[in-house]
Design a binder for this molecule. Structure first.
Ligand SMILES: CC(C)(COP(=O)(O)OP(=O)(O)OC[C@H]1O[C@@H](n2cnc3c(N)ncnc32)[C@H](O)[C@@H]1OP(=O)(O)O)[C@@H](O)C(=O)NCCC(=O)NCCS
Length: 180
């Protein structure tokens, strides 16, 4: 598994590290899940009749099955105590998307570390490791107004999806020959 890291600063001037990992196998996937599990659980366990721990495990198992063939990679923001503050999971070869598209499959920041600029840094981390990508694409639920506001503010273009529950967003990265 490739690994790379660099230091960023949040809006309060505190340093944190962003780690990049290419997820190449199931063992690597579960090792990374162990690091982001608390954030994942906070976001993805909703009010369901299913027992929360089982729900979380089942969702994660399905997630691995869904992403395994799509060249997944993850950026994890961590503080000095090695606590995960947030993560962005990207797919670099996702079917149904144009070539040169990094699909932002999941983005989450732990609730106590939001609005500090970490989500934005995680999104654009992809440009550090995949500078030749043409687009960042993602979809979000129609009810997720915070995320929709954020993507629009960051320069993503909004598209209505065929699925009325979903909104699609695309960010066009400058192509190589357009760069100065
Ligand atoms: C969406 C989410 C990842 C944003 O992370 P974050 O670290 O708080 O975002 P940032 O601080 O980097 O903010 C980025 C931009 O969005 C805006 N924004 C973020 N949270 C906002 C809020 N609650 N209200 C209004 N604007 C908000 C910020 O103003 C910022 O714009 P700016 O740089 O021009 O000031 C975080 O709220 C989260 O984890 N939500 C739950 C999971 C989720 O919805 N994920 C997205 C699924 S597609």
């Amino acid at each position: 598994m490739d690994k790379l890291s660099w230091v960023e600063q949040d809006k309060n001037g505190r340093d944190y590290t962003i780690e990049f990992h290419r997820i190449s196998d199931e063992a690597g996937f579960w090792a990374l899940v162990a690091q982001i599990r608390s954030i994942y659980s906070e976001i993805f366990i909703s009010s369901s009749d299913e027992e929360p721990v089982m729900l979380c495990e089942n969702k994660l198992k399905r997630l691995w099955d869904d992403i395994r063939d799509c060249k997944p990679m993850i950026f994890i923001a961590k503080n000095a105590e090695n606590k995960a503050l947030g993560y962005a999971l990207f797919l670099c070869e996702a079917p149904e998307y144009y070539e040169e598209t990094a699909v932002l499959e999941q983005l989450a920041v732990a609730s106590e570390f939001r609005e500090l600029g970490i989500g934005k840094k995680l999104i654009f981390s992809i440009l550090k490791v995949m500078p030749d990508m043409g687009y960042i694409a993602l979809h979000t639920h129609i009810s997720n107004y915070i995320a929709q506001d954020m993507y629009e503010r960051l320069g993503f273009q909004r598209f209505e999806s065929e699925d009325s529950e979903i909104v699609d967003f695309v960010y066009k990265i400058k192509f190589k020959n357009e760069r100065t």
